[in-house]
Design a protein. Structure first.
Lengths: 291, 295, 435
């Protein structure tokens, strides 16, 4: 593989540079906003609207936004709650969605069309039309509006899991359909049952797909302000997105604090994403197939 | 089609049950209530129903007569075309290009992810400042190049463009990552073999990448179609309440407006039902188109 | 009945605002209840959270009450927005409501009162005669459902016209004062416009609320402002139509910013801050907002909205829009009843209310005591505005549920551009109200 890569590069170096140029142009548009947010987080709120494209230097510069964020609220505790909720959401989603997607992608059975349509429709249910019944239901189970931290986190995670399952099933089905069926057949001949096929063939083959779906589930759960608003009540239960929204959602929106809040919310996600990148790179796959 | 190994269906219930149990309990049970609500009269999310609507289907007749709703449908259809070709198209191009380069692929994968993680409020503010009427970024740049009059990017005529460009831009990264993952699922053995046989890069893309990516692309288009129907946050921060003069309503923003600004929960439920029905129909259409192309 | 009530409200309010005496009076209630032994945990929900200026005050007060009474407080306060309102209503719907709630007393509270989930002050006083005795009954913010008091208010609001002094100076116009008439105001605006500034910063597309309030106020009086029209052609209906026509007139004269139909409120407020617009009608909360946004607070002042017809320029809009409720659930719980009453009494003593209210309105019999030396020039101007008021009416829009406001609020751009008829739109509002 390496040999080919080198070979390729030599042959089409002109093409390569054009490609790099194109990719870089798009990259500029995506990098700029994050730089803009970070820069503005170091500006005094008075200058954000009038000087939003300037560098935070001189009298514009301030660390107040961060000082305020750390002073007013318990950020570390909120990170912990967010991580607990979102990692469990991501883990449960990829497991359950993986199982379901595998069967929906590979089997033919009577209810398949119906189930697929249920999944598609489920993707579009607006959360504000489902939240009230969910709230009532979870209240009757006694896990809502208690002072117990773990019950509250659970009551937030459960609807989020359901909300992400549809998306995850649709995406994983697309990936599983794309892998050649021969590998599963040879595993079957070696005497594997379908559980073994799933865990020993499908999962290793589509590891990057699972990582991608996990990232998006994590991300959506992490950023889902609306569900957090309903189920996380007392200060010790707050998750990061809710907490920072509490700081910034008042009259005369404090854009400096908002930029600082966004920076604080985004950094952990980027770390998680960069960490998971290694599962989304080539090479692992060929190993899985050969091994 | 089905492989012989998947003839025995006894165990599949164990694969399907957990996921569908979640979906039924947390999505379908509430949504059936939502359908029920669309025939009731409820003002205020969280309030009890005041009884049946009179006549019971009145929300649906109202929906047909509501000019804002038709504007929303029209805009959403435009949005749909923009998403499918703009978002998935650009994402596919970027993904294929990233797959062909030797250096920097990892870098691009990270930076293309950025727009997805920044909250819509922050992006909304950024784009508002870029498109701002007085002393916005673009108007300032235009001034430097000698333009005399300011352009109001939120006025009738270009409002739709101002709204859709950022949405398009934001979600390219999302589809990009899904597609790149799909490309990575393709065994490099195939490319090696093709290269040995003397296939050019273009041929490798045409005969290996694209066909093997077909399922994932189809997935992306289904997601884009359903996404367009419910897109909400960025348009709402930039164009609250269908600004200007209700020109920029989308089905997603209009439903939100009905819930939280008008407090007409029953009517919004009816809109929700219509959105879901449309979404299922459109995704079926996408799937049929892709199936036909198979042969 | 309504008229009488409004009259009473105006009277008491103005008196209370003018008299900022420093008299101390014990808060009274609560004392006798403290002896009851059983310690409880109260669940509370308020809007004193996050960036609210009083969030810290509230937390301190809660901690002080906890140590004084020995009870515990389980607080789930959150900043107020539409989701918060939905959450509170959902809580009541499922029976998981808090024991004490700090919430709006306008139409937003109707579901709670209609379902009998909150206890009226009248009923509480049967057992605790001193409950809220330091407040004026006529100002506590009676429920729109039955006219009874359910909540004990803390800090209120007023609405006035903020002025950018630099713009006025550059345009060579006087800052409007207590005697400025509507016609003089129109002339002033014309001069400002001719000088190349926007006279009025307002986003008619997103926040036409303040202009709606004052322009119809100009055809009514403090005593009659809060009466909803019975029909388009009666006294109040005519006032509404005339008032909306005035907004249309201002729009046609070009007194609003060029992007008033496309820009958001944030954008037009920023114009005002950036010395591009002269006037901004907004509420007392904007004092803090402007303090945050500008680096030169002395460039701003606040004055009366020029009056027309029977409304004096010094008649203002204001009132108390939220208060502490004790829920039926807590009231029926023998352990919690006294604790809840004690908690609310504690949070609404003269001392604490003054601390929370600062320059905004209160319902205290003795008036609020503010330390003026700590205020900015703008806040002092605000205090003067309230003290010099000759009459006050609550915002009439608080009596209109959100769904009924749509034709004239969200429809404002259509009204001023002539796309829809003003009379018909008012009729639509009334039709929706009578449903």
């Amino acid at each position: 593989m390496k040999a080919i890569a080198i070979n390729k590069q030599k042959k089409v170096s002109l093409g390569q540079s054009i490609i790099l140029l194109l990719l870089s142009i798009w990259a500029l548009t995506t990098i700029y906003p994050i730089i803009w947010v970070v820069l503005n987080s170091f500006k005094d709120r008075r200058f954000i609207l009038s000087n939003s494209f300037a560098l935070p230097l001189g009298e514009i510069f301030t660390l107040d936004n961060y000082r305020l964020a750390f002073e007013r609220v318990d950020i570390l505790n909120a990170y912990k709650n967010s991580l607990l909720i979102s990692t469990s959401v991501a883990a449960v989603v990829i497991l359950l969605a993986g199982l379901a997607a595998y069967v929906l992608a590979r089997y033919e059975f009577r209810l398949k069309k119906l189930l697929y349509n249920l999944v598609i429709a489920g993707m579009m249910f607006p959360v504000f039309s489902t939240i009230i019944p969910v709230f009532q239901m979870q209240y009757s189970w006694g896990i809502v509006n208690t002072s117990n931290l773990f019950l509250s986190l659970l009551s937030t995670a459960l609807p989020q899991i359901a909300g992400n399952l549809s998306f995850a099933i649709v995406v994983l089905m697309g990936y599983i359909k794309s892998i050649p069926i021969e590998l599963e057949e040879s595993a079957y001949i070696e005497g594997c049952n379908i559980f073994q096929i799933f865990f020993k063939v499908i999962v290793p083959l589509t590891k990057p797909s699972f990582a991608t779906v996990a990232i998006f589930s994590f991300l959506w759960s992490y950023n889902d302000l609306f569900t957090q608003m309903f189920f996380l009540r007392t200060k010790t239960q707050w998750a990061i997105t809710f907490l920072l929204n509490q700081l910034t959602s008042q009259e005369g929106t404090n854009y400096g604090l908002m930029a600082a809040a966004v920076t604080l919310v985004v950094i952990p996600i980027l770390i998680v994403y960069i960490f998971l990148q290694k599962y989304i790179i080539k090479g692992m796959i060929s190993g899985a197939i050969k091994g | 089609m089905t492989s012989h190994i998947y003839k025995n269906k006894k165990l599949i219930i164990f694969f399907l049950a957990p996921a569908f149990l979640f979906i039924l309990v947390f999505l379908y049970y509430p949504f059936i209530k939502n359908i029920f609500n669309s025939f009731q009269e409820i003002s205020g999310l969280g309030s009890a129903s005041k009884g049946w609507a009179d006549p019971w289907y009145s929300n649906y007749t109202m929906l047909l007569k509501d000019t804002n709703m038709w504007v929303a449908f029209r805009n959403t259809l435009i949005m749909l075309v923009v998403t499918v070709f703009g978002q998935v198209g650009i994402a596919l191009l970027l993904a294929l290009l990233t797959d062909r380069i030797t250096y920097g692929a990892k870098f691009f994968r990270i930076v293309y992810f950025f727009p997805i993680v920044i909250s819509a409020t922050a992006l909304g503010l950024l784009f508002n400042l870029i498109f701002l009427y007085d002393k916005g970024m673009i108007n300032q740049i235009r001034e430097i190049f000698g333009a005399a009059a300011l352009v109001d990017f939120k006025s009738k005529g270009i409002a739709l463009f101002t709204m859709m460009a950022p949405v398009m831009w934001q979600y390219v990264g999302f589809y990009f990552i899904i597609l790149v993952t799909g490309l990575n699922n393709i065994s490099s053995d195939l490319y090696e073999a093709a290269a040995i046989d003397g296939a050019t890069s273009y041929q490798q893309v045409k005969f290996i990448s694209l066909p093997l990516l077909r399922n994932v692309t189809c997935t992306c288009i289904v997601l884009a179609v359903t996404g367009a129907l419910k897109v909400f946050d960025l348009p709402w921060t930039m164009f609250p309440k269908g600004l200007p003069n209700g020109e920029t309503w989308l089905t997603g923003t209009y439903m939100y407006y009905q819930v939280f600004n008008v407090n007409d929960v029953d009517y919004s439920s009816a809109i929700g039902v219509v959105i879901v029905i449309l979404g299922v129909l459109l995704s079926k259409l996408v799937n049929t188109i892709f199936k036909e192309k198979e042969f | 009945m309504k008229k009488l009530f409004a009259l009473m409200l105006v009277f008491t309010m103005v008196i209370s605002m003018a008299a900022c005496t420093k008299k101390e009076e014990s808060a009274g209630s609560g004392e006798e209840t403290k002896t009851e032994a059983k310690k409880v945990t109260l669940n509370t929900t308020t809007t004193y959270a996050g960036n609210d200026g009083n969030a810290q005050n509230f937390q301190d007060a809660v901690a002080a009450w906890e140590s004084e009474s020995g009870n515990k407080v389980n607080d789930s306060s959150s900043t107020s927005d539409e989701t918060f309102k939905a959450r509170v209503l959902a809580d009541f719907e499922t029976g998981s409501e808090p024991d004490v709630l700090f919430f709006f007393n306008g139409v937003d509270s109707n579901p709670l009162v209609e379902a009998g989930k909150v206890v009226s002050i009248e009923e509480i006083r049967k057992e605790f005669p001193d409950y809220a005795s330091n407040m004026k009954d006529g100002m506590m913010g009676a429920s729109p459902v039955d006219g009874k008091n359910y909540s004990v208010p803390v800090n209120g609001y007023w609405e006035g016209m903020f002025v950018n002094k630099e713009v006025c100076e550059a345009a060579g116009v006087e800052i409007p004062g207590p005697d400025t008439t509507w016609d003089e105001f129109l002339e002033t605006c014309q001069k400002i416009k001719d000088a190349g500034y926007a006279p009025i910063a307002a986003s008619l597309a997103t926040v036409p609320h303040y202009w709606f309030e004052f322009s119809i106020y100009n055809y009514l009086t403090p005593a009659t402002h809060n009466v909803l029209p019975g029909s388009v052609s009666d006294e109040h209906g005519t006032a509404w139509v005339n008032g909306l026509n005035d907004i249309k007139d201002l729009y046609e004269r070009g007194f609003f910013p060029e992007n008033t139909l496309t820009g958001t409120d944030d954008e037009t407020v920023q114009m005002f801050i950036d010395n591009k617009a002269a006037f901004l009608i907004d509420g007392s909360w904007k004092v803090g907002g402007i303090e945050e946004l500008t680096s030169n607070i002395d460039n701003f002042t606040v004055t009366y909205v020029p009056g027309n017809n029977d409304r004096k320029t010094t008649d203002i809009i204001g009132g108390l829009s939220s208060g502490y409720y004790i829920t039926k659930k807590a009231w029926d719980d023998p352990d919690k009843r006294a604790a809840a009453v004690d908690f609310v009494s504690y949070m609404t003593t003269d001392e604490l209310v003054s601390k929370f209210a600062e320059v905004s309105a209160t319902a205290l019999k003795n008036g609020s005591q503010v330390d003026e030396s700590k205020l900015t020039s703008l806040a002092k101007d605000g205090l003067k505005l309230v003290q010099g008021a000759t009459g006050m009416a609550g915002a009439v829009q608080d009596q209109i549920p959100a769904e009924s406001r749509v034709p004239i609020f969200d429809g404002m751009p259509n009204l001023v551009t002539g796309k829809s008829d003003i009379k018909e739109s008012v009729q639509e509002v009334l039709d929706s109200l009578s449903k």
